[in-house]
Design a protein around this ligand. Structure first.
Ligand SMILES: [Zn+2]
Length: 141
């Protein structure tokens, strides 16, 4: 459904209850999805409620920095109060999206690129679709 918005709302964004309610604590969600995605071998540090200015990249709900050889990663997830995306913030989808970056990272065979190649953009879109599909499937059990 399309939306029509008149003018700009500069009020601080209200965060809905759903955006905070997690099925499990973040560490347990990480553990569950790491196992489900066969990423058990990875050492992952999860940072939550990160302020946008402290994130590795601008304009993201989640960011990941990883070493594919050593299988270590830091995943950052934004403070929901500071999230400015178009669709509502979803912690679990964001976490699964970042884990899929680890899972599929080797498909991005040009890590020096500015992430603007068609191949990378398609990969990124599929990562996001898969994250939503997997979390939907989990929630509709
Ligand atoms: Zn991404």
């Amino acid at each position: 459904m399309n939306e029509v918005v008149v003018g700009h709302d500069r009020e601080p964004r209200k965060v809905t209850k759903e955006e905070f309610e997690l099925r499990k604590p973040p560490a347990d969600l990480l553990d569950e999805w790491q196992k489900r995605l066969f990423l058990d071998g990875w050492y992952i540090k999860l940072e939550v409620n990160v302020q946008p200015e402290d994130m590795f990249l601008d304009g993201c709900a989640g960011c990941t920095r990883s070493g594919e050889v050593t299988e270590v990663a830091i995943i950052q997830i934004i403070d929901p109060h500071r999230y400015e995306g178009i669709i509502p913030f979803d912690f679990e989808v964001t976490l699964v999206h970042e884990l899929l970056h680890l899972k599929l990272g080797l498909l991005d065979d040009d890590p020096e690129s500015e992430k603007e190649s068609l191949a990378y953009r398609l990969l990124h879109r599929y990562i996001d679709e898969l994250a939503r599909a997997l979390v939907d499937a989990q929630r509709s059990k």
